[in-house]
Design a protein around this ligand. Structure first.
Ligand code: AMP
Ligand code: MG
Length: 457
């Protein structure tokens, strides 16, 4: 069964061409109800699990660290000998190396004695405090086997790491839904785990539409542009760890479009298309989406990225039986299609609009389908270095460069022309300035919200 479809969501708001535009928040809420996480899991060796999503909580099978040990290179001793205002002299009776427990030839360490100890070495029995090497001096008039600790430099328990301090046996070390980051892989390894239970990766098919779109290798021609969307979408999906199915550029021909949608719906959990979703599009993309699925077409109150379609494409639904589906914006769910087909994200054609709608809507929805319980990255506040005109009533995403000011706060300025087709503005940006729905003009020096690209782009 293909993942990603929440049938309960199918009663969600639909929108006809004459209705009010959807807000960005409404689109996000709709998509979060539309998609559901994959169910199939895979047990993977750690080296193959990077970027995957954990399918089960991981309980620690042992204490980490497994024994009390030293956090410093220094001397271990019994901290009860420390007295306020008094220096302490200790005889060095041996050396505890990392990797093996120290055993004194003449029994346990006695009061007045200490053991030289390396970072990570097991604390010898009865000792609970470590004085770092640099806090000690040789004792006056004695050989190298005696150290002095100046008064009031340490407290009992200093520089000792306790058994189970990082993770106690039987406690959850990692949670279902967490993305496996480098740190989490390391944590799993520290528990001695060789494999982890992960959700299978998502399969995402994508293609570009439009008769004016050239594939790489084709000679330039009047009125045509090279397909950039497939490359940005490929990159964005790969960053998410999705398995990509590239269906190329699909000509504006009903048979070719139908074949592409059917292939995609059979093979993939999600389909991403670009182009052909605006109201009044002359091409067949929109018509075919309506015929093959339950798809809502929106005008979103945002810039860039106004037109967008979302819903489900069936691999089986016959074009003949879908009477009337091509002429309305209806969005009805058909029960017999459960489990078949894929979630559709029909993105606008403009290259920047593709990236912005992907980041704003598709990426969070795909993460949810991947089984990831990630919270949206917090927006940062930065001082705009320029005045920006902004109409209340739509969300605007300005391509931006965020930098650190001399006082350590953040500055932000836009990157060149903000036209929704100007990919250069995206290529030169390290984040997006997010000007919210109700917000008006920004004056130079005003603080605005910014979304950093981080690892997403
Ligand atoms: P559409 O949404 O189909 O009306 O396309 C809007 C604009 O985006 C038009 O100028 C298209 O030429 C351009 N466009 C559509 N698809 C692509 C693509 N795959 N690569 C580059 N530009 C595109
Ligand atoms: Mg078009």
């Amino acid at each position: 069964m293909n993942a990603g479809l929440n049938t309960d969501a199918m009663t969600a708001p639909t929108q006809g061409p004459e209705q009010q535009p959807m807000t960005a928040d409404e689109v996000t809420a709709f998509l979060s109800r539309l998609v559901t996480p994959v169910q199939e899991t895979q047990e993977l060796p750690l080296f193959e699990a990077l970027g995957r999503v954990l399918a089960a909580d991981v309980m620690s099978p042992l204490d980490v660290p497994p024994h009390d040990n030293s956090a410093m290179d220094g001397y271990a001793f019994a901290g009860s000998q420390l007295a306020a205002g008094a220096a302490l002299e200790l005889q060095v009776v041996g050396t505890a190396l990392a990797g093996k427990a120290w055993q004194g030839a003449s029994g346990p360490v006695k009061p007045g004695q200490c053991v030289k100890i390396m970072t990570g070495a097991v604390m010898p029995a009865g000792l609970d405090t470590v004085v770092p090497q640099e806090f000690t001096k040789p004792c006056q008039g004695q050989g190298s086997d005696c150290i002095t600790i100046a008064a009031d430099t340490l407290r009992l328990g200093d520089n000792r790491r306790l058994r189970g301090e990082d993770l106690a046996k039987g406690r959850p070390a990692l949670r279902k839904g967490e993305l496996l980051t480098p740190a989490r892989l390391g944590l799993a390894a520290s528990l001695g785990l060789k494999t982890l239970s992960t959700f299978r990766p998502l399969r995402v098919a994508y293609f570009s539409t439009g008769d004016e779109i050239l594939s790489l290798g084709e000679p330039p021609r009047e009125g045509a542009v090279y397909d950039s969307n497939r490359y940005t979408v490929f990159g964005l999906l790969s960053r998410l760890g999705c398995q990509v199915i590239d269906l190329g550029v699909v000509r504006d021909d009903p048979a070719l479009l139908e074949a592409a949608f059917r292939t995609a719906a059979t093979q993939a959990d999600a389909i991403i298309t670009s182009g052909g979703v605006s109201v009044g599009e002359a091409d067949h993309t929109r018509t075919m989406m309506k015929k093959l699925g339950d798809v809502a077409f929106w005008r979103i109150a945002m810039r860039p990225g106004r037109p967008m379609a979302a819903g489900r494409i069936s691999s089986k639904k016959s074009t003949e039986s879908a009477s009337g589906a091509g002429t309305t914006d209806s969005f009805s769910y058909e029960k017999e299609s459960t489990g078949d087909g894929a979630v559709l994200f029909g993105l606008p054609g403009n290259p920047v609009a593709v990236m912005v709608t992907f980041l704003a809507f598709v990426r969070p929805a795909l993460l949810r389908m991947m089984g990831a319980s990630v919270l949206p990255a917090p927006l940062l506040r930065a001082r705009s270095l320029e005045a920006i005109r902004k109409k209340p009533g739509r969300t605007e995403y300005q391509r931006a460069w965020v930098s650190t000011a001399a006082d350590g706060s953040l500055n932000v300025k836009t990157t060149g022309s903000q036209g929704s087709g100007v990919l250069r503005s995206m290529a030169e940006a390290n984040g997006l300035m997010v000007l919210h729905h109700g917000q008006g003009d920004v004056a130079a020096g005003d603080e605005v919200d910014v979304m950093m690209f981080d690892g997403a782009i």
